[in-house]
Write a protein of this length. Structure first.
Length: 171
């Protein structure tokens, strides 16, 4: 009887050890799977458009150190922006004037910036902290920027710039 009890205890001990190894393996597999999911989602944040404008509209964000993302969108000259309202574009041109007001900052692409059809970029104060450089130093620079061109009633066609990732200084 003692031998049977010892044998049963050994068998239980063996099964418990096997169960512990299986649970440890499954736990390790789950941890690896979760890490893979997290890494995948972090990579997607870097590689895909993530800033949103309005409802369910993605804002074009160039992939880090890759010019190819800029070519994913129609490239236009700033003088043609009024013809591409509600489109995502890469807009190129020279910033003729930087105008800082109490409500926002305008990067004007036309010397006659009061012209209703001249293109501009609007930066709202809540996004100033995203820029590590003085925005006023963009005056006179040739740039490319990505975004959705909008033109609210009685306003000029413009892109709301929220991040320096969306503007590239060319010279």
């Amino acid at each position: 009887m003692e031998k049977d009890r010892k044998r049963v205890n050994e068998r239980i001990s063996y099964l418990i050890n096997k169960l512990i190894k299986i649970v440890a393996f499954l736990f390790g597999a789950i941890v690896v799977f979760v890490v893979m999911i997290v890494v995948y989602h972090l990579a997607q944040e870097v590689l895909t458009p993530e800033e949103k404008i309005g409802e369910n509209i993605r804002h074009a964000v160039p992939r880090q150190n890759q010019d190819s993302a800029w070519s994913d969108f129609l490239e236009i000259d700033c003088r043609n922006a009024a013809n591409h309202v509600e489109e995502f574009c890469v807009v190129s041109g020279k910033i003729e004037n930087v105008n800082v007001t109490n409500k926002e900052t305008y990067l004007n692409f036309d010397k006659n910036w009061k012209n209703h059809f001249s293109f501009c970029v609007v930066i709202y104060p809540e996004y100033y902290g995203n820029f590590t450089y003085d925005i006023k130093k963009l005056e006179g620079k040739k740039v490319k920027l990505t975004g959705r061109i909008i033109q609210p009633e009685n306003r000029r066609p413009h892109i709301e710039l929220k991040s320096p990732k969306n503007i590239k200084v060319l010279g």
